[in-house]
Design a binder for this molecule. Structure first.
Ligand code: NDP
Length: 277
């Protein structure tokens, strides 16, 4: 039976360290501040944003939420970002995704000053990550890497199979594990035989958004399974992995909720403190 990785607990102890760092910065008269921009009324986004605000406050960080109506134009949003880019009291800028259809997501991400890009989505951040230079790492991938290291799972030389190749999770998480000398395989919707790939994984990372996509027969005995998926089924949150059966095969597994999610917010706080420094 797999050890269930307690993301909440790992996140909590990391946040205690961050709280001390915020206190040290305050002694130097630096008040770290995160500004979050939320456009529209998407319920999931509202809940994510609330979680981020609460977590920031808990460690003594200032957080400012700018709520804008769904009809906000692209140029209004770009002007707001320009203003925040030059506001010395703001260290981190996060635009909650997804954006309404009439706004070009790439344009908005490109507009954020790289030194305030605490989501790690700006091409400058992505490029630096790619060549292994210090930068803001994207929060969910970095949270996953931290969780795996915290569980003392060896990475170098192990086979990491990533299911999903999005810009915010799949692609960068594979890159971070490659930078740690893992052998990395990417799978996606066009992968011919997904199970044949996932069965080779020492560490299986699943970021797809399809409930119960990964079943026990797709997992190698004693693999470490990281479930990034967040799906709402009958009012309940479930991951992309069939937890009950995979738990019987894997050596470690993250639950949903309480696995990767708390680490994502923690890495956002980490990046904002780095930005303030
Ligand atoms: P995207 O929709 O952007 O990407 C999904 C990926 O899964 C794509 O690469 C797609 O392939 C691939 N895919 C879709 N269907 C299959 C399939 N049947 N077999 C194999 N691959 C498939 O999603 P995100 O990366 O943004 O998010 C993934 C999940 O993670 C979601 O449930 C999301 O809610 C969750 N999430 C959780 C976070 C957390 O903090 N816990 C943070 C961010 C996301 P293709 O490229 O070919 O279309």
């Amino acid at each position: 039976m797999a050890v269930v990785i307690d993301g909440k607990q790992v996140a909590q102890s990391y946040r205690l360290k961050l709280k001390e760092e915020v206190a040290r910065l305050k002694e130097q008269r630096i008040q770290p501040k995160l500004t979050v921009i939320l456009i529209g009324e998407d319920p999931a986004s509202q809940s994510y944003v609330r979680g981020k605000e609460k977590a920031a406050q808990e460690i003594g960080m200032d957080s400012d939420l700018i709520r804008l109506p769904a009809e906000t134009t692209e140029s209004e949003l770009l002007h707001l970002i320009e203003r925040l880019n030059v506001d010395a009291s703001v260290h981190g800028i996060l635009v909650q995704l997804p954006l309404p259809q009439h706004i070009d997501e790439s344009k908005v991400i490109f507009a954020i000053a790289p030194e305030k890009d605490v989501d790690g989505f700006h091409p400058v951040s992505v490029g630096k990550m790619m060549i292994g230079e210090p930068t803001f790492l994207p929060c969910t991938p970095n949270g996953i890497l931290h969780l795996v290291k915290e569980m003392n799972v060896p990475i170098a030389g192990r086979h990491v199979v990533v299911v999903g190749r999005s810009q915010i999770v799949g692609k960068p998480v594979g890159m971070l594990f490659l930078n740690e000398s893992a052998t990395v395989t990417y799978c996606h919707s066009k992968t011919a035989d997904l199970a044949a790939m996932t069965r080779q994984a020492d560490i299986l990372i699943v970021a797809v958004g399809v409930p119960k996509l990964i079943t026990a027969d797709m997992v190698k005995p004693d693999a470490v399974v990281i479930d990034v998926g967040v799906n709402r089924v009958d009012g309940k949150l479930v991951g992309d992995v069939e937890f009950e059966t995979v738990q019987e095969v894997a050596s470690m597994i993250t639950p949903v909720p309480g696995g990767v999610g708390p680490m994502t917010i923690t890495m956002l706080l980490h990046n904002t403190i780095e930005a303030a420094k």
